[in-house]
Write a new protein. Structure first.
Length: 191
């Protein structure tokens, strides 16, 4: 609880467990312990996944988690494409439409038509070698991630104060556990 700094729940997991999978169970546990409905969650950038923002949004919880910048792996990165949630389409930087195709574990492929890409001036930068059309993966909670990125730019002074408090309080305890109590690395030996 932020007012008194009491640790209410601790979860120890293996390195194979993604941090993002732990937020909802921890929120449930804290609500069960305190009997108080959680309104705001603060966490570090390690929890800045679309699925985390989406899960917290669906529960009506305000996520004060700094959103990561999009990793740029292409000369024409995903941020230059515009997702239209109402019509469930993606528009490329030149305004061509990519439609949803096959689903994958955490999202869907969106694909353009080859004829739309054939005369495009961005073709050399946008398409991988040997491709005739663009295929982009959009995560299931991508709109929630976009909202979180936009919101981060507009954090109020109260939001920044809460996040700063999280940093010195929560991260301070983590640093102490790692430095003074040998919890920097966990190793499992198997015979």
């Amino acid at each position: 609880m932020t007012k008194v700094g009491v640790i209410l729940d601790v979860a120890v997991t293996t390195g194979q467990t993604n941090e993002g999978e732990m937020i909802e169970p921890q929120v449930d546990e804290v609500e069960a312990i305190t009997g108080i409905e959680i309104k705001t969650v603060t966490a570090d950038v390690g929890y800045a996944y679309a699925k985390v923002y989406g899960a917290l949004e669906r529960r009506g919880i305000d996520a004060l988690i700094p959103a990561k910048a999009e990793p740029i792996k292409s000369r024409v990165p995903l941020r230059r494409f515009r997702y239209d949630a109402k019509h469930d389409i993606l528009k490329c930087p030149r305004g061509r439409i990519l439609r949803p195709a096959r689903p994958i574990k955490h999202g869907r492929f969106f694909s353009s038509k080859a004829k739309d890409c054939s005369r495009c001036p961005l073709k050399g930068d946008c398409l991988s070698k040997g491709r005739v059309n663009k295929a982009v993966v959009v995560g299931n909670d991508y709109p929630a991630l976009l909202r979180a990125r936009r919101r981060r730019e507009r954090w109020s002074w109260q939001d920044r104060r809460l996040y700063q408090r999280h940093r010195w309080r929560s991260e301070g305890f983590h640093g102490e556990a790692k430095t003074w109590h040998g919890l920097a690395r966990g190793v499992v030996y198997r015979t």
